[in-house]
Design a protein around this ligand. Structure first.
Ligand code: ZN
Length: 179
């Protein structure tokens, strides 16, 4: 089969396109210049298939979420996590082995955590929270975040303003590039 536009042999897929009101069978390269027309049987399903942006959408949302979560909720381990864990475990009648099996964690790790020799990371703390029905991670108190350092509060109309203005412009540009 030959391409009706450029005359070259069509290797692989051929396209039926509308070019200046003529229906032509062309190669992939020439198909870009015309409007692709489909066999009359099922034009709708094919058109839908070629669009299919459904996969990209949830992916985009996913990539944004963990970022927001990290910014919004700064979790902190409670101070007496060692005592809390040990008491909760004993109350439930679990041995170190029992608990270790439940949350698939080494007994040695649990012992270290209960004696305060080791600080559990968020993942382990969350597992312990669920297994022992206790609260180990709490919202970090806001006072600890140094707000003063974020924005300098000088608002004097001086020469410095011009520099600031320039700085702001470039900042805006970089922000736009990032988004
Ligand atoms: Zn061609």
């Amino acid at each position: 089969m030959r391409c009706e536009v450029c005359g070259r042999k069509i290797h692989g897929k051929s396209y039926k396109v509308m070019i200046e009101r003529a229906k032509l069978t062309v190669c992939g390269k020439c198909a870009k210049h015309g409007t692709i027309v489909w066999e009359k049987k099922k034009p709708r399903t094919i058109a839908l298939k070629t669009k299919a942006p459904t996969r990209q959408l949830p992916l985009k949302i996913k990539s944004k979420r963990p970022l927001q979560a990290a910014v919004e909720s700064t979790l902190e381990l409670v101070e007496a996590f060692d005592v809390t864990i040990r008491q909760a475990r004993e109350k439930l009648g679990f041995s170190h082995e029992d608990l270790g099996r439940r949350i698939s964690e080494k007994v040695s790790v649990l012992k270290k955590v209960e004696t305060g020799k080791m600080t559990p990371d968020n993942k382990l703390a969350t597992k312990l929270e669920h297994a022992l029905k206790i609260k180990l991670l709490v919202q970090a108190s806001e006072e600890k975040i140094p707000k003063a350092e974020i924005k300098p509060v000088s608002r004097e109309p001086t020469l410095g303003d011009l520099v600031q203005l320039d700085k702001k412009k470039t900042e805006d540009k970089t922000q736009r590039k990032q988004s």
